[in-house]
Design a binder for this molecule. Structure first.
Ligand code: GTB
Length: 218
Protein backbone atom coordinates (compact mmCIF):
# COMPACT_ATOMS: atom_id res chain seq x y z
CA UNK A 1 0.00 0.00 0.00
CA UNK A 2 1.30 3.46 -0.85
CA UNK A 3 1.86 5.85 2.01
CA UNK A 4 -0.23 8.94 2.54
CA UNK A 5 1.92 11.99 1.77
CA UNK A 6 1.16 15.50 2.89
CA UNK A 7 3.02 18.73 2.23
CA UNK A 8 4.18 21.23 4.83
CA UNK A 9 6.37 24.32 4.98
CA UNK A 10 10.06 23.61 4.67
CA UNK A 11 10.32 26.29 7.38
CA UNK A 12 7.08 27.60 8.89
CA UNK A 13 7.01 31.37 9.47
CA UNK A 14 5.81 30.60 13.01
CA UNK A 15 9.06 28.77 13.82
CA UNK A 16 7.22 25.62 14.94
CA UNK A 17 4.34 27.00 17.02
CA UNK A 18 2.08 24.64 15.11
CA UNK A 19 -0.07 27.36 13.56
CA UNK A 20 0.45 26.42 9.92
CA UNK A 21 -2.34 24.35 8.46
CA UNK A 22 -0.41 21.13 7.98
CA UNK A 23 -0.89 20.78 11.75
CA UNK A 24 -4.61 20.00 11.51
CA UNK A 25 -3.99 17.34 8.87
CA UNK A 26 -1.19 15.77 10.90
CA UNK A 27 -3.48 15.84 13.96
CA UNK A 28 -6.34 14.13 12.07
CA UNK A 29 -4.00 11.42 10.78
CA UNK A 30 -2.63 10.85 14.29
CA UNK A 31 -6.16 10.62 15.73
CA UNK A 32 -7.10 7.84 13.31
CA UNK A 33 -3.71 6.13 13.54
CA UNK A 34 -2.72 6.47 9.89
CA UNK A 35 0.99 6.72 9.15
CA UNK A 36 2.00 9.45 6.74
CA UNK A 37 4.98 10.98 5.04
CA UNK A 38 5.69 14.67 4.71
CA UNK A 39 7.13 16.41 1.68
CA UNK A 40 8.56 19.76 2.75
CA UNK A 41 8.18 22.63 0.29
CA UNK A 42 9.68 26.09 0.17
CA UNK A 43 7.62 29.20 -0.63
CA UNK A 44 9.24 29.18 -4.07
CA UNK A 45 8.44 25.54 -4.79
CA UNK A 46 4.77 26.11 -3.86
CA UNK A 47 4.36 28.39 -6.86
CA UNK A 48 6.01 26.00 -9.34
CA UNK A 49 3.93 23.98 -11.84
CA UNK A 50 4.57 20.68 -10.07
CA UNK A 51 2.99 21.88 -6.84
CA UNK A 52 0.33 23.99 -8.60
CA UNK A 53 -0.91 20.82 -10.30
CA UNK A 54 -1.71 19.54 -6.83
CA UNK A 55 -2.74 22.83 -5.23
CA UNK A 56 -4.15 25.46 -7.62
CA UNK A 57 -3.52 28.25 -5.11
CA UNK A 58 0.10 27.32 -4.50
CA UNK A 59 -0.25 26.58 -0.79
CA UNK A 60 0.28 23.88 1.81
CA UNK A 61 -0.99 21.47 2.94
CA UNK A 62 -1.86 18.94 0.28
CA UNK A 63 -2.73 15.28 0.67
CA UNK A 64 -1.85 12.42 -1.66
CA UNK A 65 -2.91 8.83 -1.37
CA UNK A 66 -2.34 6.72 -4.47
CA UNK A 67 -4.18 8.39 -7.36
CA UNK A 68 -5.93 10.87 -5.12
CA UNK A 69 -4.59 14.40 -4.65
CA UNK A 70 -6.43 16.83 -2.36
CA UNK A 71 -6.00 20.38 -1.13
CA UNK A 72 -7.96 22.47 1.44
CA UNK A 73 -7.74 21.32 5.03
CA UNK A 74 -11.53 21.08 5.37
CA UNK A 75 -11.73 18.59 2.51
CA UNK A 76 -8.63 16.71 3.66
CA UNK A 77 -9.72 16.30 7.28
CA UNK A 78 -13.23 15.34 6.14
CA UNK A 79 -11.77 12.73 3.79
CA UNK A 80 -9.63 11.26 6.58
CA UNK A 81 -12.58 11.29 9.00
CA UNK A 82 -14.86 9.55 6.52
CA UNK A 83 -12.43 6.78 5.74
CA UNK A 84 -11.13 5.97 9.19
CA UNK A 85 -12.83 5.48 12.53
CA UNK A 86 -12.21 7.95 15.31
CA UNK A 87 -13.24 11.38 14.09
CA UNK A 88 -16.94 11.10 13.21
CA UNK A 89 -19.72 9.43 15.19
CA UNK A 90 -21.56 6.42 13.76
CA UNK A 91 -25.00 7.85 14.44
CA UNK A 92 -26.16 9.58 11.24
CA UNK A 93 -27.48 12.73 12.86
CA UNK A 94 -24.54 13.10 15.24
CA UNK A 95 -22.24 12.67 12.24
CA UNK A 96 -24.04 15.41 10.32
CA UNK A 97 -23.76 17.71 13.34
CA UNK A 98 -20.02 17.02 13.69
CA UNK A 99 -19.57 17.90 10.01
CA UNK A 100 -21.60 21.06 10.61
CA UNK A 101 -19.09 22.08 13.30
CA UNK A 102 -16.24 21.56 10.83
CA UNK A 103 -17.93 23.95 8.44
CA UNK A 104 -18.73 26.38 11.25
CA UNK A 105 -15.07 26.43 12.27
CA UNK A 106 -13.92 27.14 8.71
CA UNK A 107 -16.71 29.37 7.43
CA UNK A 108 -17.89 31.30 10.48
CA UNK A 109 -15.16 31.35 13.11
CA UNK A 110 -11.92 31.28 11.11
CA UNK A 111 -12.56 34.27 8.76
CA UNK A 112 -12.59 37.00 11.46
CA UNK A 113 -9.58 35.35 13.15
CA UNK A 114 -7.67 35.43 9.87
CA UNK A 115 -8.72 39.02 9.34
CA UNK A 116 -7.27 39.89 12.74
CA UNK A 117 -4.01 38.07 11.97
CA UNK A 118 -3.73 39.89 8.63
CA UNK A 119 -4.56 43.25 10.22
CA UNK A 120 -1.67 42.77 12.62
CA UNK A 121 0.89 41.02 10.43
CA UNK A 122 0.30 42.43 6.97
CA UNK A 123 -1.39 45.79 7.64
CA UNK A 124 0.25 46.53 10.98
CA UNK A 125 2.28 49.42 9.58
CA UNK A 126 -0.65 51.18 7.83
CA UNK A 127 -1.80 54.49 9.26
CA UNK A 128 -5.41 53.29 9.49
CA UNK A 129 -4.68 50.04 11.32
CA UNK A 130 -4.92 51.53 14.81
CA UNK A 131 -8.45 52.73 14.00
CA UNK A 132 -9.51 49.51 12.32
CA UNK A 133 -8.08 46.99 14.78
CA UNK A 134 -10.76 47.43 17.48
CA UNK A 135 -13.45 46.74 14.87
CA UNK A 136 -11.73 43.59 13.70
CA UNK A 137 -11.22 42.44 17.30
CA UNK A 138 -14.88 43.06 18.01
CA UNK A 139 -15.85 40.74 15.16
CA UNK A 140 -13.69 38.01 16.66
CA UNK A 141 -15.13 38.62 20.14
CA UNK A 142 -18.68 38.36 18.93
CA UNK A 143 -17.95 34.85 17.59
CA UNK A 144 -16.16 33.89 20.79
CA UNK A 145 -19.10 35.01 22.92
CA UNK A 146 -21.47 32.91 20.84
CA UNK A 147 -19.22 29.88 20.77
CA UNK A 148 -18.50 30.13 24.50
CA UNK A 149 -22.23 30.27 25.22
CA UNK A 150 -22.88 27.18 23.09
CA UNK A 151 -19.99 25.15 24.54
CA UNK A 152 -20.95 25.98 28.13
CA UNK A 153 -19.36 23.52 30.52
CA UNK A 154 -19.18 20.67 27.99
CA UNK A 155 -15.85 19.13 27.06
CA UNK A 156 -16.57 19.10 23.32
CA UNK A 157 -19.04 20.80 21.01
CA UNK A 158 -21.42 17.89 20.53
CA UNK A 159 -20.84 14.82 22.67
CA UNK A 160 -17.60 12.98 22.00
CA UNK A 161 -14.52 14.61 20.45
CA UNK A 162 -14.93 14.81 16.67
CA UNK A 163 -13.45 16.30 13.52
CA UNK A 164 -15.62 19.34 14.34
CA UNK A 165 -13.64 19.87 17.55
CA UNK A 166 -10.35 19.18 15.80
CA UNK A 167 -11.11 21.94 13.33
CA UNK A 168 -12.52 24.38 15.89
CA UNK A 169 -9.57 23.96 18.27
CA UNK A 170 -7.16 24.36 15.33
CA UNK A 171 -8.86 27.60 14.34
CA UNK A 172 -8.96 28.99 17.91
CA UNK A 173 -5.29 28.19 18.48
CA UNK A 174 -4.38 31.05 16.15
CA UNK A 175 -5.80 33.43 18.81
CA UNK A 176 -3.64 32.20 21.68
CA UNK A 177 -0.97 34.87 21.41
CA UNK A 178 -3.57 37.68 21.11
CA UNK A 179 -4.83 37.08 24.65
CA UNK A 180 -8.43 37.29 23.40
CA UNK A 181 -9.20 33.73 24.45
CA UNK A 182 -8.31 34.55 28.07
CA UNK A 183 -11.65 36.34 28.47
CA UNK A 184 -13.50 33.09 27.73
CA UNK A 185 -12.22 30.53 30.26
CA UNK A 186 -14.34 27.70 28.89
CA UNK A 187 -12.89 28.26 25.41
CA UNK A 188 -9.33 28.43 26.78
CA UNK A 189 -9.97 25.14 28.59
CA UNK A 190 -11.49 23.67 25.41
CA UNK A 191 -8.37 24.56 23.42
CA UNK A 192 -6.15 23.17 26.20
CA UNK A 193 -8.13 19.90 26.11
CA UNK A 194 -7.45 19.65 22.40
CA UNK A 195 -3.75 20.33 22.89
CA UNK A 196 -3.60 17.70 25.64
CA UNK A 197 -4.75 14.91 23.34
CA UNK A 198 -1.91 12.45 22.64
CA UNK A 199 -2.60 12.67 18.89
CA UNK A 200 -2.27 16.46 18.98
CA UNK A 201 1.00 16.17 20.88
CA UNK A 202 2.44 13.69 18.39
CA UNK A 203 1.46 15.96 15.49
CA UNK A 204 2.90 19.00 17.24
CA UNK A 205 6.20 17.27 17.98
CA UNK A 206 6.54 16.17 14.36
CA UNK A 207 6.15 19.68 12.96
CA UNK A 208 8.30 21.12 15.77
CA UNK A 209 11.12 18.75 14.80
CA UNK A 210 10.97 20.00 11.19
CA UNK A 211 10.91 23.66 12.13
CA UNK A 212 13.63 23.57 14.74
CA UNK A 213 16.10 21.30 12.95
CA UNK A 214 19.37 22.86 11.81
CA UNK A 215 19.08 22.01 8.15
CA UNK A 216 16.14 23.62 6.28
CA UNK A 217 15.12 20.26 4.89
CA UNK A 218 14.72 18.86 8.39
N1 GTB B 1 -7.94 27.40 2.95
C1 GTB B 1 -6.65 26.74 2.87
C2 GTB B 1 -6.67 25.45 3.72
O1 GTB B 1 -7.39 25.41 4.73
O2 GTB B 1 -5.99 24.48 3.35
C3 GTB B 1 -5.59 27.72 3.32
C4 GTB B 1 -4.19 27.16 3.16
C5 GTB B 1 -3.14 28.19 3.59
O3 GTB B 1 -3.46 29.34 3.96
N2 GTB B 1 -1.88 27.77 3.54
C6 GTB B 1 -0.80 28.63 3.93
C7 GTB B 1 0.20 28.79 2.78
O4 GTB B 1 0.51 27.82 2.10
C8 GTB B 1 -0.07 28.04 5.12
S1 GTB B 1 -1.10 27.97 6.56
N3 GTB B 1 0.72 29.99 2.57
C9 GTB B 1 1.71 30.24 1.59
C10 GTB B 1 1.19 31.04 0.45
O5 GTB B 1 -0.03 31.28 0.35
O6 GTB B 1 2.03 31.44 -0.38
C11 GTB B 1 -1.30 29.74 6.93
C12 GTB B 1 -0.36 30.15 8.00
C13 GTB B 1 0.89 30.62 7.66
C14 GTB B 1 1.75 31.03 8.67
C15 GTB B 1 1.32 30.99 9.98
N4 GTB B 1 2.17 31.45 11.01
O7 GTB B 1 3.35 31.71 10.77
O8 GTB B 1 1.74 31.59 12.16
C16 GTB B 1 0.06 30.54 10.31
C17 GTB B 1 -0.78 30.11 9.30
Amino acid sequence: MMAITITAFERSPDGGKGLARDMRVRWALEEVGQPYEVRLVSFGAMKKPEHLALHPFGQIPTYEDGDLGLFETGAIVFHIAERHAGLLPDDENARARAITWMFAALSTVEPPILELANAKLIEGDKSWTAQRLPLVEERVRSRLVQLSRRLGEADWLDGAFSAGDLMMVSVLLRLKSSGLLDDYPNLSAYVARGEARPAYKRAFEAQWAVNTSKSPTG
